[in-house]
Design a protein around this ligand. Structure first.
Ligand code: GUN
Ligand code: ZN
Length: 429
């Protein structure tokens, strides 16, 4: 049965960083999204759409805003239960909080419990797709993909490989990382809406031999994504230099072993040298901005305006639980604040694009998710632009659409997410 969702609609016709906000965006005050089975077939003004689809089932969301669901381009689902752990910077934070928690994921029952909890929270916050790190345990990947498959979600994950500088029980080896990653990719990649990413955690927790093995796997399976961390904190960068004295810079620790490529996702990317920027740009690799994490763990300021102006492919992410929120609205707010500290406030249209199409582009899924357009998979959210008294009273003053959206970006959370649609079906809580 064809469905017509009525409300305000927002979609993108181009990248607002490249084309400008006016040319890149399309807002209908009274709009409609037509869904047939699991796909969007058309977006347009409500009156014309009602006339074009007289038989359709109509679901009227009134003044609420219908957009693509959010896409979180870098998250650690195993860190769900330890989000908001106090007082440490990256390396101490990993050793004190993260590794002890990740140790538990060898137990399939615990992995399944947290995967379910993570997806409940993710969807409550209007995020319909993500690229997550798992743990070193294949069981954690199975748990994540099984829970996602049951909900028909388009998600990405991979076994997080580490063979040094991690505690006993949380290390694999070059060979087992290669074998298990390959077996998991063969088992899950392309099944329903699931995608596998080769996932070395970051160069300090891998030996050169492990990076080499994973680089070889990527060369054999170039259709897979590869996700990792890059240049997040200054102490980390010094550590990388001491562990890889022959490498020119942090990126070179990946590049040297075949782990720089166009389907690569590099989380954080704060302290990039000119050579690193040039190489990432040449490869058209994706840089993933994780602003709540960068403030919470005290990492630094991502250069959004400089990198987008230079044409880098950039996605936006929570980095839960280094990030302090599951909400991509809160994440957009943090990206705005970091932009301000960097001397360049991002427009609401740019922030919302980053949380949808931008992240989908980073995951190379922009032809499937992250926008309202014909042929896209029908992963949608319905956003209440007056979800709290504080937001509502500000919206009453708004003089245009962007001004009515911005208070929800800055102050909104899961209360703003009125409904979530996954592959053409409304999520029932
Ligand atoms: N670098 C290596 N591992 C991690 C992680 O789990 N979180 C963050 N924020 N940075 C990392
Ligand atoms: Zn991370």
């Amino acid at each position: 049965m064809t469905k017509l969702l009525l409300g305000q609609t927002l979609h993108y016709t181009a990248d607002p960083f490249a084309a400008g906000v006016g040319a890149a965006t399309c807002h209908h005050r009274h709009g409609a999204v037509c869904i047939d089975k699991d796909q969007i077939t058309e977006v347009g003004p409500a009156d014309a759409m009602r006339a074009a689809y007289p038989q359709a089932e109509v679901i009227d969301y009134g003044n609420r805003l219908i957009t693509a669901g959010f896409v979180d381009a870098h998250v650690h689902f195993p860190q769900t239960a330890m989000i908001a752990s106090w007082g440490k910077r990256l390396i101490d934070w990993l050793n004190s909080y993260t590794f002890p928690e990740e140790m538990k994921f060898g137990d399939p029952a615990y992995a399944a419990l947290i995967a379910e909890r993570y997806f409940d929270l993710m969807l409550d916050h209007g995020t319909t797709s993500c690229a997550s790190f798992a743990t070193i345990h294949p069981e954690s990947v199975d748990a994540f993909f099984s829970a996602a498959q049951a909900r028909n979600l388009r998600v990405v994950t991979g076994k997080t490989c580490m063979d040094r500088n991690a505690p006993d029980g949380l290390r694999d080896s070059p060979q087992s990382a290669y074998d298990q990653s390959k077996a998991l990719a063969d088992k899950w990649h392309g099944v329903d809406r699931l995608g596998y990413a080769i996932t070395p955690r970051f160069s300090p927790t891998s030996t050169p031999a492990q990076l080499d093995a994973l680089g070889a796997l990527w060369a054999e399976r170039p259709n897979l994504l590869m996700q990792t961390h890059l240049s997040e904190q200054t102490d980390e960068i010094e550590w990388v230099k001491s562990l890889y004295p022959d490498c020119r810079d942090y990126l070179d620790t990946y590049e040297k072993f075949g782990l720089l490529g166009k389907k690569g996702l590099y989380g954080h990317a704060i302290y990039l040298q000119p050579r690193e920027k040039d190489r990432l740009r040449e490869m058209d690799a994706a840089l993933i901005h994780c602003p709540t994490s960068n403030t919470f763990i005290g990492s630094g300021i991502f250069d959004m305006s400089g990198l987008t102006a230079a044409g880098h492919r950039v996605g936006l992410a929570t980095d839960t639980g280094g990030g302090s929120s599951f909400s991509m609205l809160r994440t957009m707010a943090a990206a705005y604040e970091i932009g301000q500290l960097n001397g360049s406030p991002l427009h609401a249209a740019e922030l919302y694009w980053l949380a949808t199409q931008g992240s989908a582009r980073a995951l190379r899924l922009e032809d499937k998710i992250g926008n309202l357009a014909k042929g896209m998979e029908a992963d949608l959210i319905v956003v209440d632009l007056a979800s709290t008294p504080a937001i509502s009273q500000r919206v009453n003053r708004a003089e245009d659409f962007w001004e009515s959206l911005f208070p929800t970006i800055m102050m909104g959370d899961d209360r703003a997410i009125h409904a979530v649609w996954i592959a053409g079906k409304e999520r029932l809580r």
